[in-house]
Design a protein around this ligand. Structure first.
Ligand SMILES: C[S@@+](CC[C@H](N)C(=O)[O-])C[C@H]1O[C@@H](n2cnc3c(N)ncnc32)[C@H](O)[C@@H]1O
Length: 235
């Protein structure tokens, strides 16, 4: 039996149910694009923005409900007030994170809380913004349009929680960009560790080596969810 959403807001749950249902069509869309995948493999993994757009412009490729519940519970446990998300797509993970930040504000008080998402594709950005509005979370969550390596330059400290779920070659540069803004005890959650184990090798080495301020382990949830805790500021 599927577990219930951990939060109480039925409006948010209704939007998430609609979006998770819509995301079930991803597999058919991606199956029809298999020849494009093959072409990119034959061209030595050729990856450019145009190809990535053709393959992924209208698919959700979201976190699972289980991952969403875990993100919500982590954000509640660490009293997260500022959350940064690399790769928002149509806003599913953004909504889980914003639900937690909203509930933190309700229980801890204050108004200074935000979820900062990021999305390259203008259409996804527009629809995600509508979805967040429909969930009643526009005051908390904003998705920045454009390359996160640029849009995250203005993110302020302290950051409590980061979700990494954009294109995999940027996990390491994005975490290095955000690291000076992480507060001690901040959590970084990173998706798709199993599928992209090889591409994410340098990132995993950075997070798990114990030399860069993180303690980190891969959870066997969905496609592998890296759970990293930042334990000291950089010198
Ligand atoms: C796996 S999906 C994200 C799914 C989302 N986290 C969810 O659970 O619904 C990855 C998204 O990251 C976006 N993305 C990839 N590279 C990016 C970048 N450099 N800056 C901003 N967004 C990026 C892609 O356009 C894509 O929509």
């Amino acid at each position: 039996m599927e577990s219930r959403y951990p939060f109480q807001h039925s409006k948010i749950a209704a939007v998430l149910n609609r979006l998770h249902d819509a995301a079930k069509a991803d597999k058919w869309k991606l199956a029809r694009r298999a020849p494009l995948f093959l072409w990119s493999l034959l061209n030595k993994g050729e990856k450019n923005q145009r190809l990535m757009h053709l393959l992924f412009h209208d698919v959700y490729i979201p976190i699972s409900k289980e991952q969403g519940a875990l993100l919500y519970l982590i954000a509640r446990a660490i009293h997260a007030r500022r959350v940064v998300e690399f790769g928002s797509s149509f806003g599913i993970s953004t909504i889980y994170l914003a639900a937690a930040v909203l509930d933190n504000m309700c229980s801890d008080g204050g108004t200074d809380a935000q979820v900062i998402g990021s999305e390259l594709e203008p259409h996804k950005h527009a629809v995600a913004t509508q979805n967040i509005q429909e969930a009643g979370l526009s005051d908390i969550a904003k998705i920045l349009l454009g390359d996160a390596m640029q849009t995250f330059q203005t993110v302020e400290a302290p950051v409590d929680l980061v979700l990494l779920d954009g294109w995999k070659e940027l996990y390491l540069p994005v975490v290095k960009l955000l690291q000076p803004k992480l507060r001690p005890g901040a959590v970084v959650m990173s998706d798709n560790i199993f599928t992209f184990k090889r591409a994410l090798g340098p990132f995993l080495e950075y997070m798990q080596s114990g030399k860069n301020g993180f303690v980190s382990s891969t959870l066997k949830i969905s496609d592998g969810f890296e759970f990293s805790v930042f334990q000291r500021p950089e010198h």
